[in-house]
Design a protein around this ligand. Structure first.
Ligand code: MG
Length: 465
């Protein structure tokens, strides 16, 4: 019944809004990594990991250097991307349980509208491939959230661990090439709503996800399509295919990233072969920063501070590339963007009216992507952790109201009466707190934060159900 109500709402959205419906229906491919750091690609400065596919994508497309996610851990970050909303609005972030687990009862509520559901109103074929992590019980699966088909793991690849996650951590810290027996992680693979493999053979997942994406693109070449390809790597435990294992100077983490890169190259190549490249926007990014306690098995945030789980830049700024040959001009884009902007951007490009019945946190980036403006519609970033606003960025200025490391590393939790203030243009590593020199900036940012907080309404928490 709830789904029927939502369908009706979607139909109404389609016909009642006054937005101009344009004829174009470009394809969209989102390639979303897991725990990839800002500094882990050659084109973002990594000295030993080889990423020729992504380097080409960046050279032909737009490399975004100030692009963020909606949260610094998996579940809320994914909710943000697919709904265009901060996960605090959908109940998809929590202080007690920061992500969903195999024993969780909740998931992305049926009342949320995803990119896939919105694009379906324009006849798109939609596929979710890879890690979902927005609820593994039937009411929350991709097939109930606008995706025609799903193939992948329902939560993180380190879950369902059999006797000894700490042993994995110890072994990983000792050996940069270590990988576990696949049976140690009993995570299943779902096809649509059925388990088809358990445990997943994690050595072959990256290759198989890429193949599934390519098959879907080929099968739907005649109609508009949206592919959400969410790799579950380089989140630990790390596994690489035979062709890549032991090949990178960076150890197995590098092997994994190089295999993902090869998959990106294959997808771009397929779009070119099918003569679809000029009508397909491909976006590459990751859900959150590197998981630093795993040492060489975790990635690198490059010059950014901290990593996964934290609201310092390393937790939430991601290496991001947009590619659409002939439509978006190659450049390095230094303006602000976030994964929440993808929903309104895709809607705008596909002629789908943007939902007016809810608060959206995304902005339409299409004028900036297409070179019609030099200013991003986004002028601020909110850094939420659990159920609190920890920090805010406006232009180059970032004020931290609360600072806290994560996973036992970094600074202890501290609430700041006078926020810490950093100028991210001049100090991207957040080293020099300049609060005492700029009380006016702090006052301005505090006011924007207060207004933002007033827009947050309490909802049922899905992660603690
Ligand atoms: Mg993650």
């Amino acid at each position: 019944m709830r789904y029927a109500t939502k369908l009706l709402l979607m139909v109404c959205l389609c016909f009642s809004a006054s937005d101009k419906i344009v004829a174009a229906t470009p394809n969209f491919v989102v390639i979303f990594c897991d725990d990839l750091g800002y500094g882990d690609l050659a084109c973002f400065g990594h000295p030993t990991i080889r990423t020729p596919g992504l380097d080409r994508m960046a050279a032909q497309g737009q490399k975004w250097t100030n692009f963020y996610v909606g949260a610094s851990v998996c579940t809320p970050s994914r909710a943000a991307l697919l709904t265009g909303r901060l996960p605090i609005r959908s109940g998809m972030m929590s202080a007690r349980r920061r992500v969903l687990f195999p024993n969780s009862k909740g998931g992305l509520p049926a009342s949320e509208l995803t990119i896939a559901e919105l694009l379906k109103t324009r006849g798109y074929a939609t596929a979710a491939i890879g890690k979902w992590h927005l609820g593994h019980l039937p009411p929350y699966l991709p097939t109930r959230h606008g995706f025609d088909t799903y193939w992948g793991i329902p939560y993180s690849n380190d879950m369902d661990a059999v006797g000894g996650f700490p042993n994995y951590r110890k072994a990983a810290r000792q050996d940069p090439h270590y990988f576990a027996p696949i049976e140690q992680f009993q995570v299943p693979i779902l096809h649509d709503e059925k388990v088809v493999e358990k445990p997943a053979n994690q050595h072959t997942l990256t290759r198989r996800y890429t193949e599934k994406a390519i098959d879907f693109i080929k099968a739907n070449r005649e109609k508009p399509f949206f592919v959400y390809l969410a790799h579950n790597l380089p989140h630990i435990p790390l596994f690489a295919g035979e062709k890549y294992l032991g090949k990178s100077r960076r150890g197995i983490y590098g092997d994994v990233v190089e295999e993902i890169d090869a998959g990106v190259a294959k997808i771009l190549g397929t779009l070119e072969e099918l003569d679809l490249a000029g009508n397909t926007l491909v976006v590459f990014t990751s859900d959150n920063g590197p998981w630093l306690p795993f040492q060489t098995h975790g990635g690198s945030a490059g010059l950014l501070r901290e990593g996964k789980g934290s609201t310092f830049e390393g937790g939430m700024r991601e290496p991001t590339i947009f590619w659409w040959p002939g439509k978006i001009a190659p450049k390095i884009e230094r303006q602000l963007g976030t994964t929440m902007d993808l929903l309104p951007t895709f809607c705008s490009l596909a002629g789908v009216p943007i939902p007016k019945d809810r608060v959206l946190d995304g902005y339409d980036l299409s004028p900036l992507l297409l070179g019609k403006t030099e200013q991003s519609a986004r002028q601020q970033v909110y850094y939420w952790r659990a159920e609190k606003l920890y920090a805010i960025r406006v232009g180059p200025w970032k004020a931290h109201f609360i600072t806290e490391g994560c996973y036992g590393i970094g600074p202890k939790r501290q609430e700041h009466e006078t926020p810490e203030l950093y100028n991210l243009d001049q100090d991207p590593s957040e080293k020099y707190n300049v609060a005492r020199f700029h009380p006016d900036v702090i006052e301005r940012l505090q006011k924007i934060a207060r207004q933002h907080l007033e827009s947050i309404k309490p909802v049922e928490n899905q992660l603690t159900k």
